[in-house]
Structures are given as structure tokens and as C-alpha cells.
Design a protein around this ligand. Structure first.
Ligand code: 4NP
Length: 156
């Protein structure tokens, strides 16, 4: 039997984008039957222990997605060994991880929207205030990632 694939979503603070990705991806798996493990973390320790930022939690709740109990954590070198796919929200998060790890020797680090037909960063809603756009882009990326991993179309 093949091992369950583990996915780690990464942003800067782990209070906005990567928790949105974690819980959107879990919902896609619940709805479509994917057998994956998902988690999220930040490149920074700035928000360690904090809950999901209220506007991000609110937009998830509007889509019937709960993030209850999630607290921010920082990405560690051990995560690089433990997770099969490390999926960042922006190129600069990839650069931070590569600095920490001395590169990406196992080729596990990706950018979320590189799985779509329109590769780009997810703009930081902490600064833009636009949680709706962040949600829509993360939703698009998570569906594309799921389809990449399973080879199956999702119901959108
Ligand atoms: P995130 O957003 O990386 O999507 O969780 C941010 C959260 C906090 C800060 C920056 C971005 N901050 O500077 O505290």
C-alpha cells in the first residue's frame, strides 16, 4: 500500500494564507475523497501561537469551512523531511525555505499557483486587505494541486 501523501502549505505568518489553503484543501479532500494529510506553517515566528486572523477565518466560515483550533507555527527543517509537498504562497517564501535548508535537494518545494495555468504569487491580504481575492486564488490553486496529485477533476 502506498504511503499517504503529506502536504505542508507555507506563507509568512501562518495566520492568513497558508491556513486558508490548509482548510480549503482539506474541504476539497472531504468532498472529493482524497487521502492526503494537510498542515500549514509560516516562514516567520512572528505570529507563533496566534489563531487564524479573523477576516481570513470569516471568509472560510462563509464557505462553511472551519479552522477552529488552528494556531500559527513556524516551518522547521524537520518538516522538510516529513512532508512530500511543501507548497508556498509566494516565491519569496520559497527563497526563505531554501536559505534555511541550504536548497531543495529533494525537489519538494512548490508555489501554489504554479499548479494553475496562470502562475503567480498570492498577494498578501495582510497588506492588501483583500481577503476575497486571496480566498479565490487559494481556492483555484488548491483545486489545481488536488487535480495534479490525483489526476482527477474536482467539483468546483
Ligand atoms: P500570512 O499574512 O503570511 O498570509 O499569514 C501575514 C500575517 C502577518 C504578517 C504578515 C503577513 N505580519 O507582518 O505580522
Amino acid at each position: 500500500m502506498s504511503k499517504k501523501k503529506k502536504i505542508m502549505f507555507v506563507c509568512l505568518g501562518n495566520i492568513c494564507r497558508s491556513p486558508m489553503a490548509e482548510f480549503i484543501f482539506k474541504k476539497i479532500c472531504a468532498d472529493n475523497g482524497g487521502d492526503f494529510e494537510a498542515a500549514s506553517s509560516g516562514t516567520s515566528s512572528e505570529e507563533y501561537g496566534n489563531p487564524v486572523y479573523p477576516p481570513a477565518a470569516a471568509i472560510l466560515a462563509r464557505h462553511s469551512i472551519s479552522c477552529r483550533g488552528k494556531r500559527a507555527v513556524q516551518f522547521t527543517a524537520k518538516d522538510y523531511d516529513d512532508y512530500d509537498y511543501i507548497v508556498c504562497m509566494e516565491s519569496r517564501h520559497i527563497r526563505s525555505l531554501e536559505r534555511m535548508l541550504g536548497g531543495d535537494p529533494r525537489h519538494r518545494i512548490y508555489r501554489l499557483l504554479d499548479f494553475t495555468d496562470n502562475p503567480r504569487d498570492i498577494a498578501d491580504p495582510w497588506y492588501t486587505g483583500d481577503f476575497e481575492t486571496a480566498y479565490n486564488e487559494i481556492y483555484e490553486g488548491c483545486h489545481a494541486l488536488y487535480e495534479h496529485l490525483t489526476g482527477e477533476e474536482t467539483s468546483k
